[in-house]
Design a protein around this ligand. Structure first.
Ligand SMILES: Cc1ncc(COP(=O)(O)O)c(C=O)c1O
Length: 434
């Protein structure tokens, strides 16, 4: 290693040690965040090393991350993106590709999704001129059911796009079965559920395509970032084209003529031999990430199993500690699942003698961070009211979530002391309102 680089990386490691917050936990003063990145010395030095080497665009680290991550999540192909939302956009848009011929989705086709969740699970449906069909979710699991999805299937239904809520798998085997029976595409938004299993199998491996987010709140982080994964090589090729400006060529940007046919193509009405690097077969985007992000992703990936274990442990401690607290609906894992939890959802029973707002205020006053179950009922937001959509059944539980639900953290940096303080704080508040 270059001597200067070695020195800089050694100093970076020392800087990392100096930068650690070694102050003891002080209840009511120390922030208990609902989520956050968990970054160690290796993460910091990997980032500095990538910067020193000026790996500023997508390149070898991105490719290495993609192949390691695909293997880890049980897929043949992974495509790194600049966010989980971009990954969702690519996943949905892939099904509109002309390369799918008769099976491609066309404007006006319907896609079944849930009303209560994160907006960018739904936005790609609308952005592609497709029509979201909203179904309700259950309280406790915060997922919809195969039965609700089955009821929503109509003559225009062509796909299903649903997120595993806060890490808790939806009934994905049953919903994948429905998709197969009705010839529908299934997109699993796995942004919050990396490492979760259903029937012993990883979420994200039941549908046609799946997505992950690497924003700091998620199971592993690159700062910003996301990924589209699939084992369908035709879909992977479409995703790559859409991600990389819509180009037809599959060479890396720095490569030239790897296929030895670069000047031998004739496509569209272009002249024979037009440079394949500049032939565009999709109306694409540029949603790539950089090697600096991928360098961090690679060191984070080594820790993924430990992160998932910690999330499970922390969730279990909260669940056991809060069991039986009056008027609180506690989270439940979907039967036959083992969630790698994103957060710990609490719903204040509408009949409770206290309000969600008062409980949240009390916790926030003690520096215990809370978050909403994202949008709550998305159909009530200004952005969606005038968008064409269909609602099947009622959205009663989505409305309850909008009014009564919030979540607290289970991320790996939380200590037992912090979690016990969260538990005692909730109990103290509820005890005072019995
Ligand atoms: C279920 C779900 N899907 C998609 C996203 C979007 O990910 P990103 O913030 O990386 O765009 C999020 C973000 O938290 C999410 O929770």
């Amino acid at each position: 290693m270059n001597v200067h680089k070695g020195l800089i990386l050694d100093e970076t490691a020392k800087f990392h040690q100096d930068a650690q917050d070694t102050r003891p936990f002080v209840p009511g003063t120390t922030e208990i965040w609902p989520a956050g990145a968990v970054l160690d010395e290796r993460d910091r030095t990997a980032l500095v090393e990538a910067a020193l080497e000026m790996r500023i665009a997508a390149g070898p680290s991105s490719r290495r991350f993609e192949s390691r991550f695909a293997r880890k999540l049980g897929h043949r192909k992974a495509h790194l993106t600049n966010s989980g939302s971009s990954a969702n956009l690519l996943a949905m848009t892939a099904f509109t590709s002309h390369l799918l011929e008769d099976r491609r989705l066309r404007p006006g086709d319907e896609v079944i999704t849930v009303a209560a969740g994160f907006p960018t699970t739904v936005n790609p449906i609308i952005q592609n001129g497709l029509v979201p069909v909203f179904v309700d979710v259950e309280l406790g699991t915060y997922n919809t059911t195969a039965e609700r999805v089955a009821r929503a299937i109509g003559p225009k239904t062509r796909a299903i796009m649903i997120a595993h809520a806060l890490g808790n798998p939806f009934e994905v085997a049953e919903i994948a079965q429905l998709a197969q029976e009705h010839d529908l595409f299934l997109i699993e938004d796995n942004c919050d559920a990396v490492g979760s299993t259903y029937d012993g199998k990883l979420t994200g491996t039941f549908g046609d395509i799946t997505t992950v987010s690497f924003y700091p709140a998620h199971h592993l982080t690159m700062g910003e970032g996301g990924c589209v994964l699939t084992s369908n090589l035709a879909l992977a090729r479409i995703v790559e084209s859409l991600r990389d400006w819509g180009r037809d060529c599959w060479c890396e940007p720095g490569e030239t003529n790897k296929c030895l046919k670069r000047f031998n193509y004739q496509m569209g009405t272009l002249p024979e031999g037009y440079d394949h690097k500049y032939i565009f077969s999709h109306v694409g985007y540029n949603l790539k990430a950089t090697d600096i992000q991928a360098a961090l992703g690679l060191t984070q990936l080594d820790k993924l199993d430990g992160f998932c274990d910690a999330r499970r442990r922390n969730w279990r401690r909260l669940r056991d500690g809060l069991d039986g607290v009056p008027y609180l609906i506690l989270p439940e894992a979907t039967p036959r699942s083992d969630p790698s939890w994103f957060g710990f959802a609490l719903t204040v029973d509408p009949e409770a003698p206290y309000s969600r707002a008062a409980l949240v205020d009390f916790l926030e006053g003690r520096k215990i961070g809370t978050r909403r179950l994202f949008a709550g009922n998305l159909t009530r937001h200004p952005a969606y009211i005038d968008q064409p959509h269909r609602i099947v059944g009622d959205l009663t539980n989505s409305d309850v979530i909008t009014d009564q639900t919030f979540w607290i953290g289970v991320y790996p940096a939380l200590t037992e002391e912090m979690l016990d303080y969260v538990i005692s704080s909730v109990k103290e508040f509820v005890g005072g309102h019995a």
